[in-house]
Write a protein that binds this ligand. Structure first.
Ligand code: SF4
Length: 218
């Protein structure tokens, strides 16, 4: 169980899953660079948070709900949590009946090859389970490009990935450790590529590096 002062940002899980170094540059070293993806993504999230909470039949819709997990040592907020009337749900203050939480995370773009978005959503579900004392088996990712919801099952495999990543993040944070560059295809889409300078880490001879930079200087 982590103390509140040791909580890390839940949203950092998506950075950590994408690249450990990117997460450390942002969350340990405090560096941030905006590219089109990050700015567009923030605007998209602002839209998800902008509408007021509402009730639609047997569904209550809450936006921007603050969440935390002492077990994971993470805190953050949910874009949207739908509370659906269900016998398997939990009671809510000021409401009759029982309500089952269903987290929905908004993402710009389309479904990705990696699992970073699923990992972030599953961590949100674990927080809600801990805070509300309930079980949540499913949530959804809404992608702006496809305008569709993609269901996500919170199975044991996904939960174990979340737990081990959160543990690893706390290990890095505790040591103030930033991993070295490992250049890969994803560096091209990374908002920190100019700060991280992956090209300098690609093995090449000192003479070719010197020749290139001498040309720039002359
Ligand atoms: S440029 Fe590549 S190695 Fe550097 S932080 Fe981004 S993804 Fe990671």
């Amino acid at each position: 169980m982590y103390l509140e002062e040791d909580f890390l940002m839940l949203s950092g899980l998506q950075h950590f899953a994408f690249c450990r170094r990117q997460w450390a540059l942002i969350h340990i070293e405090g560096q941030w660079a905006e590219n089109f993806s990050t700015v567009d993504g923030e605007l998209f999230h602002e839209k998800a948070h902008s509408s007021v909470n509402e009730s639609r039949g047997d569904t209550l819709i809450l936006r921007g709900l603050r969440i935390f997990s002492k077990e994971l040592g993470l805190s953050g907020s949910c874009d949207v949590v739908e509370f659906i009337r269900s016998d398997d749900g939990v009671s809510l203050s000021g409401r009759d009946g029982l309500w089952l939480p269903f987290p929905v995370e908004y993402k710009r773009g389309k479904p990705k090859e990696h699992r970073a978005d699923e990992i972030q959503l599953c961590a949100q579900a674990i927080c809600l389970e801990e805070m509300l004392c309930c079980d949540i088996s499913e949530g959804a990712l809404f992608y702006g490009e496809t305008r569709r919801r993609q269901p996500v099952q919170f199975d044991e495999e996904l939960r174990e990935i979340v737990a081990s990543m959160a543990l690893e993040m706390h290990g890095y944070a505790g040591r103030g450790y930033t991993p070295r560059v490992k250049p890969s295809k994803k560096c091209g889409n990374c908002s920190l590529k100019d700060l991280c300078l992956p090209s300098l880490q690609i093995k090449r001879s000192a003479s070719s590096w010197l020749a290139e930079h001498m040309e720039e200087l002359l």
